[in-house]
Design a protein around this ligand. Structure first.
Ligand SMILES: C[S@@+](CC[C@H](N)C(=O)[O-])C[C@H]1O[C@@H](n2cnc3c(N)ncnc32)[C@H](O)[C@@H]1O
Length: 235
């Protein structure tokens, strides 16, 4: 079972303040031109539905049947279900035969991969799905010491009646994230890496980094927590 299944009905309220990345990913999808784009870890469609509403056809892959069920309901409500092709599967082995111009993995979904072996498997699978001129776009983070000190081991009300707790392990570079609220609770683990390491893994998987931004407004990365990556298949 996916750690996201029990919180699928809570997820949209839990992440309701995260809006800064939506227009960025919609712009990337619009710029990709013809054909569907692929979103890995599509979740409840927080980004996929606005993307479909902008006229883009999108294949969404996720390992949580419950998140996909919410996504389909939301897509029907928004009148864009015909532009979304939702597929249950693992982002390391996406159930996608199409070759596409854009593959995205928004909101840190790659941080659910625990080892370099898994990360390379996922990145190589992404490379194999892309057309020769295609792009992989994703975002990840590495926490600051202040963030760790502020949040470690405490339940914090993240949204009304939705509590979140972060347990950081600096040695193992893991964040054990728990969430609870009316309608569900779960605990999941995220493994973070420094940007230099993402750069090396992308190179090892056959990508060239076209840009590493520090935020979704495309400012260059200057040492913050977040990184937003645009990578091309190496020729
Ligand atoms: C933080 S959510 C992001 C959802 C959506 N992209 C968004 O921006 O709101 C991460 C998503 O990745 C999915 N996920 C985690 N590990 C996965 C894997 N190995 N294969 C496919 N999906 C995965 C989860 O089920 C979840 O829906």
């Amino acid at each position: 079972m996916s750690a996201y299944d029990p919180i699928a009905r809570l997820y949209d309220r839990w992440s309701s303040s995260v809006i800064e990345d939506i227009s960025f990913y919609v712009e990337e999808a619009l710029a990709a031109g013809d054909g569907p784009v692929v979103e890995l870890g599509v979740g409840t469609g927080r980004i996929a539905i606005p993307t479909a509403m902008a006229g883009v056809h999108l294949i969404g892959v996720d390992s949580s049947p419950e998140m996909l069920a919410v996504c389909l309901e939301r897509a029907r409500e928004a009148g864009v279900a015909d532009r979304l092709d939702l597929r249950l599967g693992d982002l390391r082995r996406p159930p996608v035969d199409e070759r596409v111009a854009l593959l995205t993995c928004p909101f840190r979904a790659y941080l659910h991969l625990a080892t370099d072996e898994e990360r390379l498997e996922a990145l190589r699978a992404a490379r194999d799905l892309l057309r020769p001129d295609g792009r992989l776009v994703f975002d990840v983070f590495a926490p600051s010491r202040e963030d760790i000190e502020e949040t470690h081991g405490r339940w914090i009300e993240r949204e009304p009646r939705i509590d979140e707790r972060a347990d950081w392990d600096l040695a193992a570079r893991t964040l054990t994230l728990s969430v609870r609220g009316a309608g569900g609770e779960s605990t999941m683990v995220l493994w973070w890496l420094e940007p230099e390491r993402w750069h090396s893994l992308l190179a090892e998987a056959g990508f060239e980094v076209a840009a590493c931004y520090g935020w979704f407004d495309r400012r260059p990365y200057a040492g913050g927590e977040d990184t937003v990556w645009i990578a091309h298949v190496r020729k």
